[in-house]
Design a protein around this ligand. Structure first.
Ligand SMILES: [Zn+2]
Length: 306
């Protein structure tokens, strides 16, 4: 077997969809497909789909004359990467699922199980927006806010598989209640959902974060205020993160990053105001879009090859 025909099978499993691909050792995607997760069917059915899709991809690789060498699967929630167990996930319903073992048994390939945001961070740090920095913090801002701290190409997992939950940094003790139960968490104030919710509450008209960004840019005062409040809270969270991690680059991803300079420019300024002796990190937009998690799963697979 020459390494020229080698690929890995990569899956990024989300609450609504799965992004799946066959990826070359150089990070190039040779085949990509998407499937619905249909989490409402329950975890057993979702596991069945994951295994079917992974097996199907390995079969497609072989049919194309390629050699599947390993499999990488990224899932949301709390993930024990060392044991290969999906410990807990709110949106997919996993409870202690030994997904690595199950995939290995089905595919006969070495398999790595990873966490979706950590996998995305790995890809952004190695192949995307954080490419040239040894210490990178990837921050995904969407429905929630989560981060991955990547040092020299590997993401810190934490003692319990839950490193990087910066969405639950306390930034506004009197603020709105977070999904975790406590008032004032960063993601309760500054996630895309929180921004839409806040504007909707003040204006009475259902509005998304993207629309708030547009209206703020167009000079609407209420949208400008809501956007500014979110940016200030994000800057508080990132200043705390920088005090903890001292990174070279912060890569902002997730849905809110689509606001581009309308988010990054004021955020950079607000972060600068908050830093004293800490070095200011480079603040950049993610480069890999919603494929980061799948590419990260591929990197985990490549690392898991014999
Ligand atoms: Zn919280």
């Amino acid at each position: 077997m020459s390494s020229g025909d080698e690929v890995v099978v990569a899956l990024d499993v989300g609450g609504t969809g799965m992004k799946c691909a066959l990826v070359r050792p150089d990070g190039r995607t040779v085949h990509a497909e998407r499937h619905a997760t249909e989490a409402a069917r329950g975890p057993e059915a979702v596991i069945g789909t994951i295994l079917d899709v992974a097996e199907g991809l390995a079969g497609k690789a072989r049919a194309a004359g390629l050699t599947p060498a390993a499999c990488g699967i990224a899932v949301p929630g709390v993930v024990d990467e060392a044991r290969g167990v999906a410990v807990w996930s709110a949106n997919v319903g996993f409870r202690d699922v030994p997904l690595r073992e199950l995939a290995q048994a089905r595919l006969g390939l070495p398999t790595a199980l990873g966490h979706d945001v950590r996998a995305g961070g790995l890809a952004e740090a190695r192949l995307g927006g954080g490419r040239d920095g040894g210490h990178v913090l990837f921050v995904a801002i969407g429905t929630g806010i989560a981060a991955a701290h990547v040092v020299d190409g590997s993401a810190a997992v934490g003692a319990h598989g839950a490193a990087g939950e910066i969405g639950h940094i306390l930034v506004r003790p009197d603020g709105p209640r977070c999904g975790c139960g406590r008032p004032g968490c960063l993601e309760a104030v500054a996630s895309a959902s929180a921004i839409g919710r806040r504007y909707t509450e003040l204006s009475g008209a259902p509005t998304t974060a993207a629309e708030v960004a547009d209206r703020a840019a167009a000079g609407e005062p209420l949208a400008g205020r809501v956007w500014r409040e979110a940016v200030e809270a994000l800057a508080d969270g990132l200043a705390t993160a920088q005090a903890l991690f001292d990174v070279e680059t912060i890569v902002i991803g997730g849905g809110l990053a689509q606001a581009g300079p309308r988010l990054l420019d004021p955020l950079r300024g607000a972060l600068r105001e908050r830093l004293t002796f800490h070095r200011e990190p480079r603040l950049v937009a993610a480069a890999l879009g919603d494929e980061a998690g799948c590419l990260g799963a591929a990197l985990l697979a490549l690392d898991a090859r014999p």
